[in-house]
Design a protein. Structure first.
Lengths: 190, 478
């Protein structure tokens, strides 16, 4: 939780955004984040973001599901309550395949979605600062972190020179918090 | 300059002169307006049907399963027929959202949201039938493997019926997660342009606080891809397992190895028909013809003719195998299907599923909206009869001639079936009103490569020779 000052630039085209992001990264200003209304391919590389490990997490959840299913059914049918089905072996592995598969998928999917929400810090009731209401519509928003020593006019001029259609200086919470979206936060009113 | 675009051989996926903002406007604005008269009529009609269903189910639970027409010979009647029918319908949604994503089929973006919603609602309807077929529905949780005071006594993990419990519940959960993870960014779009306080608050909750940072989108893409990869085998497994309910038994007409692929093809067939039924109405009422184009309908009709033909081949294979097996019981089962007292159901199935979809070989008919709409209903009637044929006409004359019987449904069974229509359409009407019916972010993602206006801009570039183009490009940079 920290209230910070941001210089915000809005671009109306991803083709302008890419060179702008490059210039911002070279400028030495501290980049807070880039917001886009849809996934822009290559933006993560342009920002120097690492590839996500979410799918690795998915794999681990998946094999957890596999071993849970196999282990549980084996334990029940071989040890906890063995039943004789027409003299067939207790450990009838082929018959375990459907449930094993289903639990693999279930664990992987549920685990991944929860991890996704955790990493992105999203859940019902979470609120984050929206720099521009059209950042989920048609604007590509770049937010730079500035402080009292920064020359605001210089930053704004720089952002305008990169092709921004709209610029502003905003004071906002940089992290997430619990709140209602229909209510303004104290810092927003100030 | 945006140089990536799709070949001109491919039809544009988005018609008209669209900008990113126009896409948002077109898809989100129906949520912000008051619904039309048609919506209210449809919604209240569906809700009435749902109440009829609730009453029929209440009757069945109160008086017991004996109020249904099923008997000792025909233990599965309309209930399981409807169960298989609804589950099958659900499959198209996952096929569109998952399999077509892996195959990089761009046209899925226009229809996937509504199709996935259809999946979820269809699975909800399907689930009612086996649950209430249990009779003592208050003991329904006995199917779950939980530590209990009866031993613990576990369910039989070798039973296809228990596999079904796992398959359907996993399918429902995963479809819901897949659907909702796609909805989060679109809910954020609704939230950020909301004018009323209530809408801002509710969509704020529903959007989980999504703001669309680069990292969030990167994870979102990874999640969608893996969920698609998981859903693809999942959707195939679900109807395979449903077919195991039949195929692992020793009933003539059920005990066949062809069942899994045959059921999956049939499921996709009926599911696409239901998607057509819903989307043809939806695009008209919500004015989304630019996003769900005739090209989209044609693509789905192609899937219908393909899967319809697979189903047709399966029917003929079944007939051949029953004769070729040399087993009297198998041969008789099929003979009575065709000529016995239920002949009408067999021939309804054959006409609706095998003969009529072949008309879609004609391009004119594939692109004809009213014809597609009628066909989509014909196909769903046919697929309902398929399940009826498989279930009832395999059971009613069993090994013991003394117990041969004829089965007809009673009103609580019919009411229950109509009630699931009520549930399905009530959910769908609410979805069409309160949810973005088309995946807004995904359309924006394909807009510049497949949008009509953007493709047209490329025509001049496309006409140039490579040398000419390179020359111009070099000079543009200096």
């Amino acid at each position: 939780m920290a209230i910070k000052k941001f210089a915000v630039a809005c671009y109306d085209d991803e083709e302008v955004l890419f060179p702008a992001v490059k210039k911002v990264r070279n400028s030495g200003y501290k980049l807070h984040d880039v917001y886009t209304p849809f996934p822009v391919h290559g933006l993560d590389q342009a920002l120097g973001l690492k590839e996500t490990d979410l799918h690795v997490a998915g794999f681990i959840y998946g094999i957890t599901g596999t071993s849970t299913a196999v282990g549980f059914m084996s334990w029940i049918f071989c040890s906890d309550w063995p039943i004789n089905f027409g003299g067939k072996p207790h450990w009838s592995l082929p018959a375990f395949i459907p449930i094993t598969f289903e639990l693999t998928v279930l664990f992987a999917a549920v685990g991944m979605v929860l991890t996704f929400c955790y990493l992105n810090q999203i859940m019902p009731g979470v609120k984050k600062h929206v720099f521009h209401p059209r950042q989920t519509d048609d604007l590509f928003v770049v937010a730079l972190e500035i402080n009292e020593h920064t020359n605001e006019q210089e930053v704004i001029n720089f952002l305008k020179s990169t092709g921004a259609v709209e610029t502003s200086v905003q004071v906002a919470e940089s992290d997430w918090w619990f709140g209602r979206w229909d209510k303004k936060e104290p810092y927003e009113l100030a | 300059m945006h140089l990536k675009y799709e070949s001109f051989v491919r039809e544009p996926l988005v018609d008209g002169d669209k900008t990113y903002h126009q896409v948002t406007e077109d898809i989100i604005s129906p949520i912000e307006k008051k619904p039309g008269r048609m919506w209210y009529v449809g919604f209240f009609f569906s809700a009435t049907l749902l109440l009829l269903g609730v009453f029929s189910v209440f009757w069945e639970v109160y008086y017991g399963i004996g109020v249904w027409g099923i008997n000792r010979t025909v233990g599965w009647g309309w209930d399981i027929t409807n169960f298989v029918w609804w589950v099958g319908i659900g499959h198209a949604g996952t096929l569109i959202s998952a399999i077509l994503l892996l195959f990089r089929q761009g046209w899925r973006t226009g229809v996937n949201r509504a199709a996935e919603a259809m999946t979820i609602f269809a699975v909800m309807c399907a689930g009612q039938f086996p649950i209430f077929h249990m009779g003592r529905v208050w003991d329904g949780f006995f199917v779950l493997p939980y530590p209990n005071g009866r031993g613990p006594l576990w369910p039989n993990f070798n039973s296809a019926l228990l596999w079904d419990v796992f398959a359907i519940s996993t399918y429902f959960t995963v479809s819901l997660l897949f659907w909702y993870s796609g909805l989060i960014p679109d809910f954020a779009t609704v939230r950020d342009r909301a004018k009323t306080k209530l809408r801002k608050r509710l969509y704020g909750l529903a959007s989980f606080g999504w703001t669309g940072t680069a990292k969030n989108w990167q994870r979102h893409e990874a999640l969608s891809l893996v969920l698609a990869g998981l859903s693809t085998p999942l959707v195939l497994s679900v109807h395979t397992i449903v077919s195991f309910d039949f195929a692992t038994s020793v009933i003539p007409g059920w005990h066949t190895t062809i069942f899994p692929p045959y059921f999956v093809a049939g499921a996709i067939f009926s599911g696409f028909a239901m998607v057509q039924t819903l989307l043809i109405v939806c695009r008209k009422i919500l004015g989304l013809e630019d996003y769900i184009t005739i090209g989209h309908l044609e693509a789905m009709n192609k899937v219908i003719v393909l899967t319809g033909s697979i189903v047709g081949v399966a029917y003929l294979t079944e007939l051949f195998m029953s004769w070729y097996s040399g087993v009297l019981y198998e041969q008789d089962a099929f003979k009575w299907r065709i000529l016995g007292p239920y002949w009408w159901s067999y021939w309804a199935m054959m006409t609706c599923n095998v003969v009529s979809p072949q008309l879609f070989w004609f391009k004119k008919l594939r692109r004809n909206v009213p014809f597609t709409f009628i066909m989509s209903i014909v196909v769903n009637i046919g697929m309902w009869f398929e399940r009826f044929v498989i279930i009832v006409t395999s059971l009613y004359r069993d090994y013991l001639p003394g117990s041969w019987t004829y089965y007809s449904p009673t009103w609580p069974e019919i009411g229950f079936y109509l009630g699931t229509f009520g549930l399905f359409f009530t959910c769908f009407f609410l979805f069409a009103k309160y949810f973005p019916v088309i995946a807004v972010a995904e359309i924006k993602f394909v807009l510049k490569t497949s949008g009509d206006n953007y493709k047209k801009k490329m025509e001049t570039i496309d006409a140039k020779s490579t040398e000419e183009f390179k020359h111009e490009l070099d000079h543009a940079h200096h």
